[in-house]
Structure formats: C-alpha cells, structure tokens
Ligand binder design. Sequence first.
Ligand SMILES: [Zn+2]
Ligand SMILES: [Zn+2]
Length: 147
Amino acid sequence: MTSRNSLASEWIRLLQTSGCRQTEARNTIVDVILETNRALEPLEIFEIGRKRQSGLGLVTVYRTLERLEALGLVQRVHQPGACNTYLRAPQGHQHLLICTGCGKTEFFQGDDLTPLIETVAGRSGYVITEHWFQLFGLCSDCQKSTD
Ligand SMILES: [Zn+2]
Ligand SMILES: [Zn+2]
C-alpha cells in the first residue's frame, strides 16, 4: 500500500467521525478523487478504483460521494454532457476553471461578483446566500495542440 498524503488521512478521519466505517474501499475512493485533477463521474471513480481494490462496489462509490458532499469535501461540477461529476471542494473562496479540451480543472481566487449579486437581489427581492461560478475554456496545453 502506498503511503497516504495528509489530506487523504484527514478526509478518512472526517468520514469516520461522521459514522462511516473505515474500509479499504473507502480509502481507495478518497485516494482516486485526490489524485485526479479533473472532475470524475461516479462510474469513472469506480473503474479507476476497482483496478486497485477489486472488492470496490459502485454503491459504495455513490454512498461515499454523498457523504463527502455532505461533509463539504467534494463538490458537484456541472459540465456540458456530464452534469454529475465530482471534484474535491475548493479551500476557502475559490472558483473553478474547467478545460473543455482535456477536462483538467483548476481553482482560481478572486472574483468580484458583489455588484452583480446586489443588482439581482434588488430586482428579484431574493436574499442571495450562495453562488457558483465556473469558467470553461481551453487550457494552454490544449491551445497548443489544436492546429
Ligand atoms: Zn486542456
Ligand atoms: Zn465568488
């Protein structure tokens, strides 16, 4: 078994605290999510994970994702053609850049949506409590390879 990084250990500890039994299958799911820099569908996590842990079940993948989402550790990412993919949640206030060429994701810091949010709140009468902001484009590697 490869040694686990400290973030993975932290996730596993939080899962246990929330009442999940620690299993090799769950550890594998955590490792796969943290090692991959793009949003993954549950089926992809299952397929990658099963190569390392033959006892891994798809139901366990779904349940673990649900629990990780409830703990705020992963977030759902909406993408054209795949609206149910998961990625580790940003730390602090960060937003997502997603490459439509290779699927790579990165977080970026800094947006000032406050004027827009205030305008929308004023017009609609809503109290806005949350926003999601994702930018799609081609990463620098993919721009080079499209000629
Ligand atoms: Zn790319
Ligand atoms: Zn923001």
